[in-house]
Design a protein around this ligand. Structure first.
Ligand code: AMP
Length: 631
């Protein structure tokens, strides 16, 4: 079927379209109603149907592909590669589920997973899905405070953590971060299940609270745990993401809608058929990791490659070597990773037989033309930019080569995916803008299956954060966009105070709070500025409570450290500028966009609301003088 017809049907006859798509998965009992939109902007897909993400990802494949590889977990850090067939995956997931049950984890309980890209992260997620527990994976690069915030919100029955992760050959102990997070948390779970890789010999355990996974697994090996069937709209998992406040939002996903979106997209977007190999370089802690390292490929009966390490170690050919060894059909990565590889000798790309590789998908941040051009030529396969958000769970704007490959257009992720009623509207009037005119990218409800169903335990926040921006009830992506005459959409950056560092979303408010936790800081303003490698990096302008005397270097360094300790290295401001005042409107709102423009040597825009014009001169002088810390 051609793309236009497919998309049209999804919009004009949604119930018929999604009833058809629902056949891609196993239902223990079929849906009674395809779509319930009696309470907008909430909607329920496949009402009354019961299913299981675990059954669809594992058990369902045993009849036909038990001996096929399901998961390959490669660590170029530890040097260990582990391969699991669907049969082996089945037993691992069952053993893990039995361990969870032995710890009194059951349907509806939350389990926070703080593991690096290792096989146990996948087993843990699927084991939760098997027993109806709600997992929430927290990216291993997040520091203690970030972990504590998520624990407080999710109130888990169990935390699963590794002894350590590794990056660039360096061991990064996780356990001290876990201990600090649990100290800070107001809802610490009774147990921490530790997956010990023996990387941190100094690791300490708290008797009674900290349990050893290997020991418990041995006791439960060979146990089969029956699937807990869930109604399609019950929660499957939470994934926290940054917004404009310091408090992350628990994006909540359902079961049936998500399973259908995964089954549909793995085939029609990512062109993966059962038995083929998908290599996504994402971390399991991100939305891509959930959807295209775990659920998408496994629901689709494919082989999924999971990679722990850097793209350049042990050498810059490692990813292409893996593509050759496993016959990767579709690869999925980020523009930042490709920019890292672009700095290396191109011969690394030519060393391996990549004849099986058909597509490279890139997402998470704008794909710049030089990077797209370089990798397209170097690989000789189409590079597909695709736009989505943690909230959507799968691409909202993309090309669909599994259905029909439309021509790619540099700078644009392409056309709307099925079910996304997309518009670009004027920020003030809410009216659709003409082709070539910049506006806000919105989706008209109902959101398609797979997208978030609400914010965890906060329906009001769901409505307020996403659907309250315009008179008409519309989901705001909070991204600027422009469409061309043919409907190709170009993404022009965020409308809110969120920045995108190496494809990862960070709230400027979170970073400001961390900087301001330093006792010398009066106020902090964080903006993202262009960076050649990471797309954007945070920089911070700070006013001090009193003169830091001759110790400004130490103070600014300590501020950066506050951010690293609380949020993780990703959020560390690359530069710190000490200033006398921050530019604000008369109503006290920080003029972040003007700050950002000045830092990027652009026109600061409309300053009619500026309270103290002197503040801007002060910023200009600070920028000329250079940072007080950083490069
Ligand atoms: P996250 O939820 O962390 O994946 O961040 C989602 C945000 O990343 C979006 O709102 C966009 O601002 C940005 N983004 C994701 N994919 C793309 C893309 N293909 N092109 C441009 N920006 C993107």
């Amino acid at each position: 079927m051609r793309y236009e017809e497919f998309y049209r049907q999804s919009i004009d006859e949604p119930e018929q379209f999604w009833a058809e798509q629902a056949r891609r998965i196993h239902w223990e009992s079929p849906p009674q109603q395809i779509l319930d939109q009696s309470n907008p902007p909430f909607r329920r897909w496949f009402v009354g149907g019961t299913t299981s993400l675990c059954y669809n990802a594992v058990d369902r494949h045993l009849a036909e592909r038990a001996e096929q590889l399901a998961l390959v977990a490669i660590s170029s850090e530890t040097g260990v590669t582990r391969e699991f067939t669907y049969r082996e995956l089945y037993w691992e997931v069952n053993a893990f589920a039995a361990v969870l049950r032995s710890l009194d984890v059951g349907k509806g309980d939350r389990v926070v997973i703080y593991l690096p890209n290792m096989a146990e992260a996948v087993f843990a997620m699927l084991a939760c899905a098997r027993i109806g527990a709600i997992h929430s994976v927290v990216f291993g690069g997040f520091a203690a405070h970030n972990l504590a915030l998520r624990i407080d919100d999710a109130q888990p029955k169990l935390l699963i953590a590794a002894d350590a992760g590794m990056r660039g050959g360096k061991v990064i102990p996780y356990k001290p971060l876990v201990d600090a997070a649990l100290n800070e948390s107001s809802a610490p779970p009774p147990h921490v299940l530790i997956v010990d890789r023996g990387l941190d010999p100094q690791m300490t355990r708290m008797a009674g609270r900290d349990l050893d996974f290997a020991e418990l697994r041995r006791a439960h090996e060979g146990v089969e745990v029956p699937v807990t069937w869930l109604e399609s709209n019950e929660p499957s998992y939470l994934l926290y993401t940054s917004g404009t406040t310091g408090r992350p939002k628990g994006v909540q996903r359902d079961v049936g809608g998500y399973a259908v979106a995964m089954a549909l997209s793995i085939r029609t977007v990512f062109d993966i058929a059962p038995g083929q190999v998908m290599f996504s370089t994402s971390d399991v802690g991100w939305a891509v990791g959930h959807s295209y390292n775990v659920y998408g490929p496994l629901i689709g009966g494919a082989t999924s490659l999971l990679y722990e390490g850097m793209p350049t170690r042990p050498d810059p050919g490692i990813w292409w070597q893996l593509c050759e060894r496993y016959g990767v059909h579709t690869m999925f990565s980020s523009p930042t990773a490709i920019r890292v590889l672009k700095k290396q000798d191109e011969s690394w790309l030519k060393k391996y037989d990549l004849s099986k590789l058909k597509w490279l998908f890139l997402a998470g941040e704008p794909l710049d033309e030089p990077t797209a051009q370089w990798i397209t030529e170097a690989l000789g396969v189409p590079v597909i930019d695709n736009y989505w958000q943690t909230e959507t769970g799968w691409p909202a704007i993309t090309l669909m080569p599994g259905l029909e490959l439309k021509p790619t257009r540099f700078g644009s992720p392409g056309l709307p995916a099925p079910g996304y009623k997309m518009k670009v509207i004027d920020e003030n009037t809410g009216k659709e803008v003409a082709a070539g005119v910049k506006g806000v990218l919105v989706f008209k409800p109902p959101l398609p299956p797979g997208c978030l169903t609400t914010v965890w335990r906060d329906d009001d926040r769901y409505v307020y954060s996403y659907f309250s921006h315009f008179k008409e009830l519309l989901y705001s992506s909070l991204d600027w966009a422009v469409r061309d005459e043919d409907g190709y959409t170009f993404i022009l950056g965020r409308t809110d105070d969120v920045i995108n560092v190496a494809g990862h979303r960070l709230g400027t408010r979170e970073i400001e709070e961390a900087v301001a936790s330093h006792p010398a800081v009066a106020e902090a303003a964080v903006v993202g500025i262009k960076d050649e490698l990471k797309g954007q990096v945070p920089i911070v302008f700070v006013t001090l409570k009193q003169d830091a005397g001759d110790g400004t270097g130490a103070v600014t360094q300590a501020m950066q450290q506050c951010v690293v300790d609380q949020l993780g290295g990703l959020a560390k401001p690359s530069r710190v500028y000490l200033v006398n005042a921050l530019p604000k409107t008369r109503s006290g709102k920080l003029l972040r966009r003007s700050l950002q423009a000045l830092a990027e040597h652009r026109d600061p825009g409309d300053l009619s609301t500026l309270d103290d014009p002197g503040a801007l001169d002060d910023i200009r002088r600070a920028l000329e003088r250079g940072p007080d810390q950083g490069s």
